[in-house]
Design a binder for this molecule. Structure first.
Ligand SMILES: Nc1ncnc2c1ncn2[C@@H]1O[C@H](COP(=O)(O)OP(=O)(O)OP(=O)(O)O)[C@@H](O)[C@H]1O
Ligand SMILES: [Mg+2]
Length: 409
């Protein structure tokens, strides 16, 4: 943005587009001064399915946020999700350049660039390279080697990848809405930033952002990102199961899910009867237990798929100390308790805790990723003001140099 003291973020969800405007405070905190939220059309599971509709939705959300804040929005930090997102481990090794062998930011950048070179499929590109640890002359466990002395610098990194076409379509849509994209950030990473405490990111915690179309997750450990992924299922699937199972139109199934749904069969009373009203209901009644029998298997499937996808990160050998459940679907009653059963770990609900006059509107799980994206943009803006360099890559804007991401977590 022209004025780096104002930042904006755009979260493209399957159910809603959320645009936030914030004022960056000196310590890198951000006061949220504008919120624009519009029910979404044209985006499904992190993929643009109708570019014109999606761009219109974004435009309307931006207008609302501008009206509320009185600040024009020119560019945004954009969230990225979708089942095309993948992750892999990589490492990069360089010889240190200086004669006195002091390790510089330039050495670290070269090592990170080397770690970026991973085998990619035809439509894949690197989204983030996130250092997990550095090794200096073979000594492990170093978080920040700047200023140390050594001949050989190795970085072990997590490389997040995504489909080039899907990413370009998201960028085009935002540009068609009249905005520039400052940065693209993985949604689950942003959600983790918004709802996890520093102690949780240190101890080893998985954040699960259960949305409408996707369930995004990120495993943090030792203050760093250990693994990420996206399951292409969410609350929409629960709603459509109810719609099919009870032969109800989608809006009605959605309404019943929110007002009477529970994710644990044992919580549902057989004698609590729900009267169906509206089209397709014919004055029928059903018990809450019947509803729970539809919801629980799908909720369990989503949670199990997350566990399966954590396996490549070593779920058998290292177990996170807890799980934080966020996203709109975290509002489903009994979902947290079901997650405790499935994972056999403590699970808490994650709500963002933003600052500013609009904070109250955003302190619910559905806004975790939007708030995290704004905090990311604010952190970056405040670093730019302090003269920390941010390097962009030729293949777009994706990927930041190590210093920001490591300090961010
Ligand atoms: N009280 C509730 N009980 C059950 N489900 C709920 C409740 N409140 C919201 N949801 C569900 O949460 C989902 C919306 O969550 P969210 O706003 O996080 O999704 P999104 O960000 O738009 O989508 P995605 O991130 O998947 O692209 C919907 O499926 C909605 O039905
Ligand atoms: Mg979402």
């Amino acid at each position: 943005m022209a004025n780096r003291r104002t930042v904006a973020a755009c979260d493209l969800g399957s159910s809603k587009v959320c645009v936030l405007v914030g004022q960056v405070q000196p310590a890198g905190y951000v006061d949220i001064v504008g919120v624009g939220e519009v029910s979404c059309a044209g985006i499904k599971r992190g993929i643009i399915v109708d570019i014109e509709q999606a761009a219109n939705t974004i435009r309307r959300a931006v207008q609302k946020a501008e009206q509320m804040s009185g600040v024009p929005v020119h560019s945004v930090t954009l969230g990225l999700s979708g089942s095309h997102i993948g992750a892999m481990f990589s490492s990069g090794v360089v010889a240190t350049a200086r004669e006195d062998k002091e390790i510089t930011i330039d050495d670290i950048s070269r090592a990170t660039e080397a770690a970026r070179l991973v085998p990619l499929g035809p439509d894949q590109q690197v989204v983030h390279v996130i250092p997990r640890q550095f090794l200096v002359d073979g000594f492990e466990g170093i978080r920040d080697p700047t200023g140390m002395v050594g001949s050989r610098l190795e970085v072990q990194a997590l490389v997040v990848t995504g489909s080039q076409n899907a990413i370009q379509n998201v960028i085009r849509t935002v540009e068609r809405a009249g905005l520039a994209v400052d940065d693209i950030v993985l949604s689950s990473m942003a959600a983790g930033r918004a709802v996890l405490s520093e102690a949780e990111r240190e101890a080893g915690t998985v954040v699960i952002d259960a949305g409408a179309g996707t369930t995004d997750f990120a495993w943090f450990e030792g203050g760093m990102l250990r693994w990420v992924g996206v399951v292409p299922l969410g609350g929409d699937n629960i709603t459509s199961d109810i719609s099919v199972g009870l032969r109800l139109p989608i809006p009605q199934a959605e309404e019943i899910k929110k007002s009477h749904g529970v994710a644990l069969e044992e919580w549902a009373a057989d004698d609590e009867m729900i009267s169906l009203s509206g089209p397709g209901s014919d004055g029928r009644q059903l018990s809450q237990a019947v509803l729970a029998r539809i919801i629980q298997p799908r909720a369990e499937e989503i949670l199990s798929m997350v566990a399966d996808r954590l396996m490549p990160a070593g779920l058998r050998t290292a177990v996170p100390s807890g799980v934080v459940l966020t996203g709109g679907s975290a509002g489903l009653r009994g979902f947290r308790e079901l997650a405790e059963k499935v994972y056999n770990l403590p699970v808490r609900l994650g709500r963002p805790d933003p600052l500013g006059s609009m904070a109250d509107m955003l302190a619910d799980p559905a806004h975790a990723s939007a708030v995290g994206l704004l905090q990311y943009g604010a952190g970056l803006a405040s670093q730019s003001n302090q003269g920390v360099s941010n390097r962009r890559h030729e293949d777009g804007m994706l990927s930041r140099i190590w210093e920001f991401l490591t300090q961010w977590f």
